[in-house]
Design a protein around this ligand. Structure first.
Ligand SMILES: Nc1nc2c(c(=O)[nH]1)N[C@H]1C(S)=C(S)[C@@H](COP(=O)(O)OP(=O)(O)OC[C@H]3O[C@@H](n4cnc5c(=O)[nH]c(N)nc54)[C@H](O)[C@@H]3O)O[C@H]1N2
Ligand SMILES: Nc1nc2c(c(=O)[nH]1)N[C@H]1C(S)=C(S)[C@@H](COP(=O)(O)OP(=O)(O)OC[C@H]3O[C@@H](n4cnc5c(=O)[nH]c(N)nc54)[C@H](O)[C@@H]3O)O[C@H]1N2
Ligand code: SF4
Ligand SMILES: [Mo]
Length: 873
């Protein structure tokens, strides 16, 4: 009998919730994935992205060998080249002529090595990270208020709070398991939930109150709240004695006008009542706050309210910055931002620098902060940075002014990119490409939003010649002459070194101290259970600041006077403010989630949510295409007309790149405008112009093999049995059969069906009675059942395919809502319409929808609510 393989305990590599995963190796080389019932973050649950992890593995599309100028090379050759080019550049132009741009998705051990190499050995602080685009405003806000970058609370605070306010956070889609925990708490104990977001998101379905404030006015909202806190006498004298800057903060708050948020007075009053009346209140915030040109002030406006009321660091109370990436927190702990040192120490503090220098035995410590992301790419552009190493991030897609950043990278004298995927918009620009091991292929740790450190464990062998990121960097450091300082053999040794340094940091007043792990052996590391920091002889886990003591020299926290943002006058050349963000089932630039057909079922194309009034004015009909543009760039996006967004404030998702779409890279439209304190770009408010993209023909295609880039608009997505493409042409191709053949790379004759009355053309490629590929062309957006056509692919039931809808008694699923079980909106609507008293549970019992990962439950709730609303009209 074959011995059963036991599951390997690891952690999800996507969002900052940091769910525990059980990964069991399968005979075919894949992994079976389940939630870890013993992990405190998720207790066995996974959202659809986590559940689909097994479907994103496999060698297809992976970067398997080092490449030099597009040619495969050996490791020695590649590492020698990287080391010599960095060494020569530093020798000729000084340490600040080189830079690393790294990622909150690296493991702590990788990150520690990158930071040590740049700040202690190269002698520059030019290491910055995509967390600059993500968490920098929270870091800066925390430091201003608390003296250190400390997240005070824990996830369980969301469960024991009476009120939870979600500000600029689409928790239902971006932190799904935390959202599920919150939804369960609401069911159990009636937690009141307020959502503050100019857009109506899936998160609003559990909200008692949704504040659709004018975009960018959050600081005004929290100033108004602070003034109300004072007016109601909620500032305790004892608490006030532990705070600096209160008078100034209150002064600014009192001056803020009630009208500044654009909210109707009853909504504003209700919010003030709810917040002030519940002592146990948690204010969760995310990118709607951070990604702003006054993000740090907005963070402090929130912190001010919790500080003034003493509602911080106690059960069910506190501000809570939920982190996006799986290791955004770990990156901050190792000091991976250009303006930090290590272990939450300060690069501008000579004592701190000296302590780290001695610990590392560093030959050349960085003396001053380095360049933050936007400035770093500016320095790449103008030649101040001559050698750049990018790891674990895709800046040619995700940076503001993405096109310009791509040009800058391309023009850099020497660019190294470490990635797991061969073709991305960024790998395409590299001189040297280094293949890294990815999730499940490497060992290390990550820290989630509540400061819990968990192990990621290896469950699969390294593919091809891929190597761990930490090892690649240590090998380069060795070749640059620092072999002894980078001589680790295992990530466990790196972790122990990091823990030892944190002990020194602890003696210097740092909150981050895990020196309890300084002597952890390889075996301890292997067996390590998830734990909260701090972990030192003096402190263990738990919350911060409940005792009213902070990490400033005085021990007092600082309230910051916040002037509400000034709303800029409308720019006639760019009258729309484009909001950008995430969708439920995709992760960032889709290099991983784009590989799983299940994850493209929910949304398979870049889109623009636009208010009906704007759409009417611009003559944009539903499902047509819009051209969105400004001086920095241009996108073409599918029009989704909806009153979920406010007039003038359309929304587009960030996930599409030059790999998956012709013009879906929305960060090309974002300007480099950034918060002056944190350097975090204002990615939620790009000024754009919009007009209709005049397509003469629209198309929809499916194919068993990859589809080529044809036409003037295309967006690709994976299907279980191949690929699909949404297409459009601004003119008429000379020969549709030839166009289709080029699209699919097929040289057989298609079956063609023309309907000259409607102007539609349908072409199917059938080989040996099996459907290989099909193209549907129409002068209007193609209105056909995508799911039905996708199903016909590879089957011999080709009879109905050119009809474009299910034959016989089969019914069309419509847009997929439950991605796990493939259940579409039509089936769910039919069930709701025919059932007397449909509920979430009955939908689950009858159809299965929402019973696996639960990610679609917000949408199911909305469908139920809309059905009830329709009946009562
Ligand atoms: N499915 C999925 N989940 C993810 C990710 C992913 O790619 N896909 N990425 C992860 C990462 S790295 C991050 S950083 C997080 C981000 O998680 P979130 O911050 O929750 O997600 P976003 O969609 O970027 O933006 C949140 C909301 O901010 C709102 N917003 C825009 N402007 C304003 C404003 O002026 N005020 C307020 N109050 N709100 C505003 C937007 O309408 C949007 O709904 O998600 C993480 N989780
Ligand atoms: N307009 C707009 N722009 C935004 C945002 C927004 O809301 N609006 N959000 C910003 C935020 S919050 C974030 S976090 C960023 C995210 O943006 P990015 O970090 O650029 O996006 P990812 O797709 O996560 O890029 C990760 C890359 O690392 C690779 N990779 C995966 N695992 C490994 C590994 O183990 N080692 C190595 N070396 N590589 C690996 C992946 O294949 C991929 O190419 O986008 C930012 N940009
Ligand atoms: S909520 Fe989903 S994406 Fe986030 S860590 Fe958990 S399983 Fe992964
Ligand atoms: Mo992020």
């Amino acid at each position: 009998m074959q011995q059963a393989i036991s599951p390997i305990r690891t952690t999800c590599p996507y969002c900052g919730v940091g769910c525990g995963v059980l990964a069991t190796p399968l005979p075919d080389g894949g992994l079976a994935i389940k939630g870890d019932p013993d992990h405190p973050a998720n207790k066995g649950r996974l959202c659809v992205k986590g559940a689909a992890l097994g479907e994103t593995l496999g060698l297809k599309g992976r970067l398997l060998d080092p490449m030099i100028h597009g040619k495969r090379s050996g490791w020695d050759q590649a590492l020698d080249l990287v080391a010599s080019r960095f060494r020569e550049t530093i020798a000729a132009h000084g340490p600040d002529s080189v830079a690393f741009y790294v990622s909150g998705q690296l493991l702590t051990e990788d990150y520690y090595v990158a930071n040590k190499l740049m700040k202690g050995f190269i002698g520059s602080a030019n290491i910055d990270t995509n967390s600059r685009l993500c968490m920098a405003s929270s870091v800066a806000g925390h430091k201003r208020a608390f003296g250190t970058d400390t997240v005070p609370g824990l996830y369980e605070d969301l469960e024991c709070a009476d009120t939870v306010v979600l500000v600029g956070s689409n928790l239902a889609w971006c932190h799904p398991i935390l959202y599920q925990r919150l939804a369960a708490a609401k069911e159990e104990r009636g937690t009141r939930i307020v959502v503050v977001d100019p857009r109506r998101t899936a998160t609003c379905d559990i909200a008692d109150l949704h504040l659709t404030l004018d975009a960018g006015t959050d600081a005004a909202l929290f100033n108004i709240l602070l003034a109300e806190i004072e007016r109601r006498g909620l500032i305790d004298d004892d608490v006030a004695r532990g705070l600096d800057g209160m008078e100034q903060a209150l002064g600014a708050a009192r001056e803020t006008k009630a009208a500044a948020t654009g909210l109707p007075q009853p909504d504003l009053t209700r919010f003030l009542d709810i917040w002030t009346e519940s002592e146990r209140v948690v204010t969760v915030y995310s990118q709607g706050i951070n990604q702003s040109d006054s993000g740090t002030d907005k963070v402090n406006a929130i912190l001010n309210c919790h500080l003034a009321t003493g509602r911080i660091g106690r059960p069910g109370m506190g501000p809570f910055s939920v982190t996006g990436q799986p290791n955004a927190m770990g990156g901050r702990e190792v000091g991976g931002l250009a303006n930090m040192l290590a272990c939450h120490l300060d690069i501008e503090n000579a004592d701190h620098r000296d302590a780290v220098r001695r610990f590392w035995n560093a030959p050349r410590m960085a003396e001053k902060p380095g360049l933050k992301a936007v400035d770093m790419f500016r320095a790449v552009e103008d030649g101040r940075i001559k050698a750049l190493w990018i790891m674990g991030t895709n800046p040619a897609v995700s940076m503001p002014e993405a096109e310009r950043v791509a040009r800058a990278i391309k023009g850099c004298d020497f660019t190294v990119v470490s990635d797991i995927v061969a073709d991305t918009d960024t790998t395409r620009l590299a001189d040297v490409l280094l293949p890294a091991t990815g999730w499940a292929e490497k060992d290390g740790t990550v820290t989630n939003s509540e400061r819990r450190i968990s192990r990621q464990r290896r469950a699969l062998p390294a593919p091809g010649r891929a190597r761990d990121d930490w090892r690649i960097m240590a090998d380069v450091a060795g070749r640059m002459g620092w072999r002894d300082a980078f001589a680790w053999e295992t990530p466990a040794q790196i972790f122990a070194e990091h823990a030892a340094l944190s002990g020194i940091a602890g003696t210097l007043g740092s909150d981050f101290d895990i020196s309890g792990y300084r002597d952890a052996s390889g075996q301890d590391y292997d067996l390590m259970s998830p734990f909260l920091w701090p972990q030192s002889p003096a402190r263990r886990g738990g919350r911060f600041f409940g005792d009213g003591r902070f990490h400033t020299p005085s021990g007092r926290a600082r309230m910051v006077a916040v002037a509400p943002a000034i709303l800029r006058p409308v720019d006639l050349a760019a009258p729309f403010t484009l909001n950008t963000g995430r969708v439920r089932d995709h992760w960032h630039t889709m290099t991983r989630t784009g590989r799983a057909a299940r994850l493209s079922r929910h949304i398979a194309e870049p889109f623009l949510e636009i208010h009906p009034r704007d759409a009417a004015r611009l003559q944009l009909s539903p499902a047509s295409l819009a051209q969105v543009e400004n001086a920095q760039g241009r996108c073409i996006l599918r029009v989704l007309v909806t009153d979920r967004v406010a007039p003038g404030h359309p929304f587009a998702p960030i996930h599409w790149s030059g790999e998956s779409s012709s013009a879906g890279r929305v960060s090309a439209l974002v300007s480099e405008l950034a918060d002056p304190i944190s350097g975090q770009p204002a990615s939620k408010s790009a000024k754009v112009n919009i007009r209709a993209f005049r397509a003469v023909h629209y198309g929809f295609a499916v194919s068993r093999s990859a589809i080529s880039q044809v036409g003037d608009y295309w967006a690709f997505a994976r299907l279980p049995k191949g690929w699909q493409a949404e297409l459009a042409w601004a003119g008429t191709p000379r020969d549709w059969a030839a166009e289709a053949a080029a699209l699919f790379g097929l040289d057989c004759e298609p079956v063609v069906m023309r309907d000259s009355h409607h102007g539609t053309i349908r072409l199917a490629f059938i080989q040996d009675g099996v459907l290989q590929a099909a193209l549907f062309v129409s002068p209007e957006p193609v209105a056909l059942s995508r799911s039905h056509i996708a199903e016909a692919l590879g089957s011999s039931e080709t009879a109905d395919i050119l009809a474009g809808r299910p034959g016989g008694d089969r019914q069309d699923e419509g847009a997929v809502v439950c991605a796990c079980l493939g259940i579409g909106a039509n089936r769910i609507s039919r069930f709701i319409a025919t059932e007397q008293a449909a509920t979430l549970d009955r939908i689950g019992d009858a159809l299965g929808a929402g019973t696996n990962c639960g990610s679609c439950r917000p949408e199911l709730r909305r469908m139920l609510a809309e059905a009830v609303a329709a009946e009562t009209l």
